[in-house]
Design a protein around this ligand. Sequence first.
Ligand SMILES: [Mn+2]
Length: 502
Amino acid sequence: MAPPADLREWIALLERENELVRVEAEVDPELEITEITDRTVKAGGPALLFENIKGSSHPLLINQFGTERRMCLAFDAPSLDSVAEKLSDVLELQPPAGLVDKVRGLQKLKSIADSRPKTVRRAPSQEVVLEGDEASLDLLPIQTCWPDDAAPFITLPAVITKDPRTGTRNVGMYRMQKLGPRATAMHWQIHKDGRADYLATDGRIEVAVALGLDPVTAYSASAPLPKHIDEFMLAGFLRGEPVELVQAKTVDLEVPANAEIVLEGYIDKDELTEEGPFGDHTGYYTPAEPFPVFRLTAITMRRDAVYPSIVVGKPPQEDAWLGKATERIFLPAIRMTVPEIVDYDLPIAGAFHNCCIVSIRKAFPGHAQKVMHAIWGLGMLSLTKSIVVVDEGVDVHDYGEVMFRVGANVDPARDVLLTEGPLDHLDHAPTRQFYGGKIGIDATHKGPDEGTRDWPPEIEMTPEIKALVDRRWAEYGISLDTPARNGQIRQSPRPLRRLLRR
Ligand SMILES: [Mn+2]
């Protein structure tokens, strides 16, 4: 088995796994699909393939990433952590010690070399080629997501550009507001690589937009990679198969051969439009702002192309799981720079950039503050607004335990760090856009060299008594396989009640 090769294999896999429902009834891409999807996502429900959309002959796929199980199916992996392990193997490549090591190292290097995209001459994504007036966005079932949205928005695109100085490719996911049949806005925010490519041109930049990819490549377009790394290379590495690319028809860019739909066009540097409002992942509408205009030169597609979409809004939404995949997959890379980090968690309800909980192997006074500053200096994590640091034994994914440590270990006068720095483009809370306050909470234990009184020992049961109770529980057939989580104590199973009555 390998991750699905294209969107159709993915849909077939979801169907076999009972993870997809086909909707035959006619639905409206204006608001109605959002309401159906919002209810489905929040209930942990299946992917939805709307086959009969008002005003379009193309089906629409949504909620393909909406649960952890589907995310693992997409990567063909037992867990998102196991995807991360594959990456950490390569990142931790050391100079070989002996022949066996040398062979292993070469295999790892080969797996990187084999990740480079491969060029093909013929592509399913170009079965149908529409140019001139024939190329119209009116063909596609583009959703109007929320009542106050300015227009329909393309929400799950892989936007491909080239850095005009170096020729390196970038693939990013930037929403595109429909302005007419052959124009959209391009919402690349100030911290995004696509925008940097655009700013480096003196006149016009060619752009291609792939819609309807295999799930790993679609995910990779959303991954916050360093500027010089090609997202298609990451996709090839994670899939174990290179991404196949074909020359676009009207622009000098290569586009995925397996895409359902490709939009080709260009952006002129001096052409801006008012973009927005749009109901965003912040849970609020982002106000209108000037953004560049993308002009369409061609649409290429498969026959019966499936259009992919996603709705963002108040969390949790489908994008939660794209974010969780990034959280897990990037942990080894973060540990390369900050090795004392044991684990971290970006709560879904915190919309990712608002909160980060991190556990560390604390070794010296001020270590928690060192890690806070490291996170505020690290790629897209630099936009994090609040950081909570806990000791290595604390499960960062158990918010009840984290809350306990914050309550028990923090002296707010001593352990809260307030500072300032760059914030998410879309954050409406700071007084100035893009820049504002940050808070770090040090919930680690404090040593004598941090100016504290004696730190008392934590309560722990003795190993002897634990072993005794383990034996008794085995005797009575008691299993508490769902331990207390987030501070909630579950009802005792029947055998436990029997034991307690004795
Ligand atoms: Mn990039």
